[in-house]
Design a protein around this ligand. Sequence first.
Ligand SMILES: O=C(O)c1ccccc1NCC(=O)[C@H](O)[C@H](O)COP(=O)(O)O
Length: 200
Amino acid sequence: MFVKVCGLSTPESVRAAVESGADAIGFVLTRSPREVSPDQVRDLLTGIPAGVAAVGVFRDEAAAAAVDIARAAGLGWVQLHGDRTPGDIRAVQDAGMKVIRAITMSAGSEEFGNLGEDLLLIDAAVPGSGEAWDYASVQAKGLESRHWLLAGGLDPDNVARAAGEAGAWGVDVSSGVESSRGVKDLARIRSFVSAARLSG
Ligand SMILES: O=C(O)c1ccccc1NCC(=O)[C@H](O)[C@H](O)COP(=O)(O)O
């Protein structure tokens, strides 16, 4: 099970995620209570092993702008929320970065298609809201052969059941490992990664 912990903003939370075995860590570089600057991200990445995917999260920024900001932050991955085209995905990949394309469960069937992204993320209606949804309903979307992440309302107590119901390849969390909006809880980060790992 691939595990991503998102919305990190302190060295302690980055260390907790990496030391507990997260495959990917995410930094919100768009308007949000979790927003960090490219300079902050550069500092937070100091000493992070090369095998950990470091992801910049963007909502409606143009792909080219996301690439510029991610490059300034020293990131190798870009997560794009909002309406995206195959050209957007290619623009990021041509810049030497990998792409997570984020959609919501209510997206149209064409958005569930493969636009060339490295990973697809299927989220709640409002990203980063901690809102749960009917995870089993994604089984109808024909994603069995795809590399995709389940997100939205996951936490250490429900991640194993949710990933099983959805048949998820990987999981992503932010709100469920916080003590209050934007404040990560280190023990919950460790519990989440360990529960997700045990589930598959
Ligand atoms: O976290 C935010 O505030 C945010 C703002 C704008 C776009 C994306 C954002 N977050 C994305 C994520 O953190 C995850 O991909 C995912 O949505 C986490 O959801 P949850 O665990 O329900 O907080």
